[in-house]
Ligand binder design. Structure first.
Ligand SMILES: NC(=O)c1ccc[n+]([C@@H]2O[C@H](COP(=O)([O-])OP(=O)(O)OC[C@H]3O[C@@H](n4cnc5c(N)ncnc54)[C@H](OP(=O)(O)O)[C@@H]3O)[C@@H](O)[C@H]2O)c1
Length: 506
């Protein structure tokens, strides 16, 4: 690739960056693309926390990241080169985001700050119903340490947020600061919201809950409930999106006068093209429902079938983060917000998504051995929320009565139907807000950024949701990707080749 015509390659030239969240879905796609397509980059510092199996960042990278099928394309080109790239480019920082200094010593933290030119913060707790204390730590309070790091050398920050910080707002959501739907939080003259009093209040409510519940499980349940109650009070559906919105405000307030780019993806799904069409990891939001249908656990779900759902392939998200990073490295210090989304530029109603998935399931189920048990017997139906609740309530009561009568008569009762109802109800509690969308997300500013970067970067780093051809993507790319990557039976781990030793943190 010709770097002379690529502002992106030029911007990253010899620049060192720190990325968080590379053991996760989006972070892996960003890292792979940087390694494969941005050869000019300096060092890439990976902040990864240790776990019981792999206590250091390096070990987690070797055993959980480098082994991922996301790198198959790079390895297929030249396995030796992949190892060389890892050796040349990667530095490992074992760090816990929520600890002071990411659990590094003061000198280590200081040295790290001196080395990096850009921070890409992709780490987050993405559980919609996380206990409030944990979600607040990860999605909001940990940003103070990102800010501290950025401030030491005035490094620009690219922060990965979510389009769904829109909360209960409806209509066309612009790439701008979101006003809480329910008010009660003051807006500063600089545009962001003054969330310090809200965070202080949340912390005292968290402390009260903790003092009331000594039992760990009960405490956790109470923190989940507190998260939902506080979120809905201020105008959000769940703890995840509320704490992510709080995080945006903390960054906006404390990085005033510096470069901050917030990239908000919508629902991130399998890649459109790169490094391979359909690459995906784990079972994401919409896929939990597709999987429950494929496994014949759920055939109807609450939602508005005419609502416009916003799905965006992971490679377009990674490219948006990279273009945002290139701009942040070179443009004037400013705050910018980009939405990587499809609902405004290439809208697809939920009923159309259902039709594509269902048609493919009925016609070609046998091609997806890991996804479909057999040809689905029933269609997937979307019904209004109130109807769903009534039918589920009735079905649950009838099944309970039948089961208790049969049990009393000494007949063994299969619990499969009851379990299916419970699966549908659990999924509905978590996701039904997202299947009744009353908003779309504009991506005009993101597309304008891509235009500014010129033709070569537009081709190399596509970001625009209007590139998706929905039938082809949902049927031939996404379902195939789910089957091939997310649901494939786990292979025995190949013997690890050592990624050669590199300087540890700082
Ligand atoms: N996936 C989506 O549909 C979607 C949609 C919109 C926005 N986003 C945003 O995209 C970003 C990435 O999401 P994702 O889907 O990649 O999530 P993910 O797969 O769950 O990955 C989360 C990453 O964050 C790391 N992390 C969490 N807590 C940490 C901590 N305390 N210290 C260090 N690392 C920590 C995780 O590390 P461990 O492996 O150690 O847990 C993991 O690498 C998030 O900011 C999310 O809000 C995602």
């Amino acid at each position: 690739m010709d770097s002379a015509n690529s502002p992106t390659l030029n911007a990253f030239s010899s620049r060192n960056i720190l990325i968080t969240g590379t053991t996760g879905f989006v972070g892996k796609v960003v890292l792979e693309k940087l390694l494969r397509s941005v050869p000019t980059i300096g060092k890439i510092y990976l902040l990864i926390r240790g776990n019981s199996t792999n206590p250091t960042a390096r070990e987690r990278f070797q055993n959980e990241v480098a082994t991922s099928s996301i790198f198959d394309t790079l390895k297929a080109r030249d396995p030796q080169r992949f190892e060389e790239l890892c050796d040349e480019k990667l530095c490992f920082i074992t760090g816990e985001l929520t600890e002071p200094n990411f659990s590094l010593s003061d000198p280590e933290f200081h040295q790290l700050a001196q080395k990096i030119d850009l921070i890409i913060n992709s780490a987050a707790s993405v559980n919609f119903r996380e206990p409030l204390d944990q979600a607040l730590q990860t999605n909001t309070l940990s940003l103070h340490t990102i800010i501290k790091l950025a401030n030491m050398k005035k490094a620009p920050v690219v922060h990965v947020s979510t389009c769904y910080v829109n909360g209960f707002n409806t209509g066309v959501m612009q790439e701008d600061t979101v006003c809480p739907k329910h008010g009660g939080i003051n807006r500063s003259v600089h545009g962001h919201f003054d969330v310090a009093p809200v965070i202080a209040q949340l912390q005292s409510r968290i402390a009260v809950v903790n003092s009331r519940h000594k039992n760990r499980k009960e405490r956790e349940r109470a923190q989940i409930n507190l998260g939902i109650a506080a979120s809905t009070q201020y105008g959000w559906n769940d703890t995840y999106t509320f704490t992510k919105w709080l995080g945006e405000q903390v960054l906006a307030q404390q990085l005033r006068g510096q470069t901050l780019t917030i990239v908000r993806p919508s629902i991130v799904e399998s890649t459109l093209q790169e490094p391979a069409p359909g690459w995906i990891e784990g079972v994401k939001v919409a896929d939990a429902i597709i999987l429950a249908y494929a496994r014949e656990k759920v055939t109807f779900f609450p939602g508005n079938k005419d609502g416009i759902i916003d799905i965006i392939p992971a490679d377009l998200v990674a490219n948006s983060i990279i273009l945002g990073g290139a701009e942040a490295l070179t443009a004037t210090p400013e705050h910018r917000i980009y939405q990587c989304s499809s609902s405004h530029c290439n809208p697809i109603p939920i009923k159309q998504v259902i039709k594509h998935v269902q048609d493919e399931a009925m016609q070609n189920f046998a091609q997806y051995k890991n996804l479909f048990l057999r040809k689905p017997k029933r269609p997937f139906i979307m019904v209004p929320n109130a109807l769903f609740r009534t039918v589920m309530g009735l079905a649950y009561n009838l099944l309970s009565i039948r089961s208790s009568i049969l049990t009393r008569m000494g007949v063994t009762v299969s619990s499969a139907k009851m379990a299916n109802l419970e699966t549908a109800m659990k999924l509905a509690i978590i996701f039904s807000f997202y299947t009744q969308p009353r908003y779309t997300f504009s991506n005009e500013k993101l597309c304008a950024l891509a235009e500014r970067m010129g033709e070569q970067d537009k081709r190399q780093f596509p970001v625009d949701g209007s590139l998706i051809e929905w039938g082809q993507y949902l049927q031939k790319i996404h379902l195939a990707g789910l089957d091939q990557y997310s649901l494939a039976p786990k292979k025995a781990k190949p013997k690890q080749k050592q990624v050669r030793k590199q300087t540890e943190a700082a």
